[in-house]
Design a protein around this ligand. Structure first.
Ligand SMILES: [Zn+2]
Length: 424
């Protein structure tokens, strides 16, 4: 089924800004949502009966690593899009730690040329500093003109305070966000593992929780004073999330990303899954995990995955030598249903907002949701289907994940992206 005439019957539309929880038919013609209504009858259209299924607007992930250009052994833009479709994501924002680094208008233009040919709406940030070195700012204006939706040295924090202030001023003029990976390197021994019981048992000095929230406090404070849009990436601690919520309430234009792994697991996961549970910032304690769940409904937070493919070879080495990063796109929605919605931490409506409209708006991403005359970007969910994560769950080249064996209820069955329907 390609960009044809497809009539989706009797689906429950779950778009928080259009027709929430309304049972309607949706007619997709040549990639566009032609009609949305009751009892549609379209002669010669292919019909899919979606009784009992949901149609949700396409998910937006503002934190993914596509590994393209530079790391085709891990993933390419094309193979990463398979992961996105598998998880119901139709809009992705790529990080800049590619090879070469995404730090010039030329690289960004090349990225967008390639992005035209993939089935997902793919965007990129620009690096904030040249080669992610934290020394010289990129030409922010030129990179913005080339299409960068924001600036991030993700993977590394910006240590230099003078440079940070300069970046804040420039970003405010451009009305684009700065996105920060918050870990003070001077406080960290081995990254990717919480400094705590497990790290002590393994004889490692890990990454203490305060290495994160000391930087979060600093950057939220600057965001408040400098009136700059700031995205605090992949928050792993309860204290860090509390700071983001506090500064948001004080008037700072801050967004906080909370990842499925940080609300699903604790540092204990390293006992059973080793390097597959290694990421920066690391999995923390049960108090942190529950704290992130409790704070998730606050309006400052969105869901982002930090999807980060690595090969099996790279992950099959001793813990301290393995690269940090795990996958997240394919399981994000199901994990959120289980740990947040079912636990009463957030309503389904708000969860969908936090996976669609909110992150898209923060980055000024073009995003329509489910509306007539717009290109189809949505997915079809069976809310009752029980399933278990296996290696086959992961649709890209890599399968580095601590989720294997997890059981979920609610599965993405089809994703329509850029108007094309993909069966999963
Ligand atoms: Zn990061």
């Amino acid at each position: 089924m390609e960009k044809q005439r497809i009539l989706l019957k009797n689906a429950q539309i779950m778009d928080p800004r259009n027709h929430f929880e309304e049972i309607l038919d949706l007619y997709l013609e040549e990639g566009k949502i032609k009609n949305l209504g009751k009892n549609l009858d379209i002669p010669d259209a292919e019909v899919l009966d979606l009784t009992g299924k949901w149609i949700v607007p396409g998910f937006v992930d503002v934190h993914v690593h596509l590994r393209d250009p530079g790391f085709p052994q891990k993933e390419t833009m094309e193979t990463a899009c398979r992961s996105a479709l598998g998880g119901g994501f139709t809009h992705l924002l790529a990080m800049a730690n590619t090879k070469p680094v995404m730090d010039s208008p030329e690289e960004i233009e090349t990225f967008y040329k390639k992005a035209q040919s993939v089935p997902v709406n793919v965007y990129t940030v620009s690096a904030l500093t040249k080669d992610l070195k934290g020394k010289t700012l990129v030409d922010m204006e030129a990179c913005a003109k080339a299409g960068a939706l924001g600036f991030s040295d993700d993977g590394f924090p910006l240590v230099d305070l003078a440079l940070l202030k300069e970046a804040m001023e420039k970003a405010r003029e451009l009305n684009l966000p700065l996105s920060f990976h918050e870990e003070d390197p001077s406080l960290i021994g081995t990254p990717g593992i919480n400094e705590g019981n497990i790290s002590r048992e393994m004889g490692l000095k890990g990454a203490p929780a305060y290495s994160e929230y000391s930087y979060i406090g600093r950057d939220c404070a600057l965001a408040l004073d400098w009136k700059t849009k700031v995205d605090i990436q992949h928050i792993s601690t309860k204290a860090g999330a509390s700071l983001v919520a506090l500064f948001y309430d004080l008037g700072a234009n801050v967004l906080g990303e909370i990842t499925p792994h940080h609300f699903s697991f604790t540092e204990e996961k390293i006992r059973t899954h080793g390097t597959m549970a290694k990421m920066n910032p690391p999995l923390r304690t049960e108090e942190d995990r529950l704290g992130l769940q409790d704070l998730f409904s606050h309006p400052s937070f969105v869901l982002a995955t930090d999807h980060a493919p690595h090969t099996e070879e790279e992950k099959s080495v001793e813990f301290s030598k393995a690269p940090s990063g795990i996958l997240g796109l394919e399981i994000a929605f199901a994990a959120a249903l289980r740990h947040l919605v079912k636990e009463g931490k957030v309503s389904l409506k708000d969860l969908i907002e936090k996976m669609t409209y909110l992150p898209a708006a923060f980055y000024n991403m073009e995003y329509d949701g489910i509306q007539e005359r717009k290109i189809g970007n949505f997915s079809i969910v069976d809310p009752e289907e029980k399933w278990t994560v296996t290696r086959d769950t992961f649709k890209g080249k890599s399968y580095n994940s601590p989720y294997e064996g997890e059981e979920y209820i609610g599965k993405i069955k089809y994703t329509v992206s850029k108007g094309e329907l993909f069966s999963l």
